[in-house]
Write a protein that binds this ligand. Structure first.
Ligand code: HMG
Ligand code: MG
Length: 302
């Protein structure tokens, strides 16, 4: 019962670039978004409206959102951890608003504190008005749950924690849950347990996987998710990514590698792998390194 079609959300411009030490100009981020949409991505996580003191790399959020040439059929999402973030995202004219916002919590108390400076319970209270205001304005609300299998501070995380946060998010009106393996420690059965926990409160259309590839398990975890019928994943072009508050965590699984996997299994994505590899090459060249994607490396050296 594998899905016949999969939707990939490229989180490269956000998750991928938030962790870069040297500044990436807004024009480069905008060009990356354009290249991703030209490659057939239908959802792109563009930026985040967080504190520039915490994450300086995303301080140009408004400039990036304003600079994107919107392509019909493409959804643009941004992270908004609180009302200040949502208000900033909705400050310009409605045509510049995101189609979707992401509130991001964690299944680990310690990670919640380190990442968003509050407890899990407090985070839900911060998200409540954000979710209500976004939905009142027809902006779709996704919730991300970090550390659903492991936490850099607390170690292994029980599925019950994931279920609890999914329930709390459901209660405040979050429409979709992203189950994140923030530090890439998950293996297939553990990831399936975490997804099952989210699926207690959301249906299959309302759950996606977000797997960092620190231990090289993300493709296996993607396949394990597909076998459960999960058909939406966050991936990052050229395998960019990492969270500044999760030490040692590397990038998200490369979009190129997931597309190669899916197409090889006869699963449609609507993505042109060659164009995607070019997009990954573009940003990797800018950053002065090779794309962190096995498929891209193989195809570029063919
Ligand atoms: P706080 O300090 O608790 O907030 O931060 P505060 O309300 O007390 O405000 C303190 C200061 O922050 C004030 O400025 C506010 O204006 C400012 P000051 O008066 O000191 O100059 N501030 C803001 N500025 C801009 N935009 C905002 C905003 N809110 C407050 N929205 C906050 C709370 C969440 C803002 C902070 O902790 C923060 O920015 N954290 C960064 C979180 C982050 O971006 N993490 C990385 C993304 S999450 C991720 O990567 C995981 C994910 O990929 C899934 C996975 O892999 O697990 C999604
Ligand atoms: Mg992430």
């Amino acid at each position: 019962h594998l899905p016949s079609r999969v939707k990939l959300v490229d989180v490269g411009p956000r998750d991928g670039l938030q962790n870069e030490k040297s500044p990436v100009p807004a024009a480069v981020k905008i060009e990356l978004v354009h290249r991703l949409q030209d490659a057939g991505l239908t959802e792109i996580e563009v930026t985040s409206y967080v504190s520039p003191k915490w994450v300086p790399q995303m301080a140009d959020n408004a400039e990036v959102m304003a600079g994107i040439r919107r392509k019909p059929g493409v959804r643009y999402s941004v992270l908004t951890p609180n009302m200040q973030g949502l208000e900033a995202a909705m400050k310009p004219a409605p045509e510049l608003w995101p189609d979707e916002i992401v509130v991001f919590g964690a299944a680990s108390e310690a990670f919640s504190q380190r990442n968003i400076n509050c407890s899990i319970a407090e985070s839900i209270e911060r998200f409540r008005p954000v979710v209500a205001a976004a939905r009142a304005n027809n902006i779709y609300v996704r919730g991300a749950i970090s550390c659903t299998v492991g936490c850099p501070y607390e170690g292994e995380i029980a599925p019950e924690r994931v279920e609890m946060v999914a329930r709390l998010m459901k209660d405040i009106g979050v429409q979709h849950i992203g189950v994140a393996d923030t530090i890439g420690v998950g293996t297939p059965l553990k990831v399936q347990r975490a997804l099952e926990a989210a699926l207690k409160h959301y249906d299959l259309d309302g759950v996606s996987g977000h797997f960092h590839d620190t231990y090289g398990q993300a493709l296996a975890n993607t396949l394990a998710s597909l076998q459960m019928g999960v058909w939406q994943f966050d991936t990052s072009v050229a395998g960019l990514g990492g969270c500044p508050y999760a030490k040692g965590a590397t990038g998200n699984v490369a979009t190129e590698d997931v597309v190669y996997l899916l197409h090889g299994m006869g699963i449609e994505t609507g993505i042109d792998l060659d164009k995607l590899i070019d997009a990954g090459k573009f940003i990797s060249d800018f950053l002065g390194r090779q794309p962190n994607s096995r498929a891209a490396t193989a195809l570029l050296n063919k």
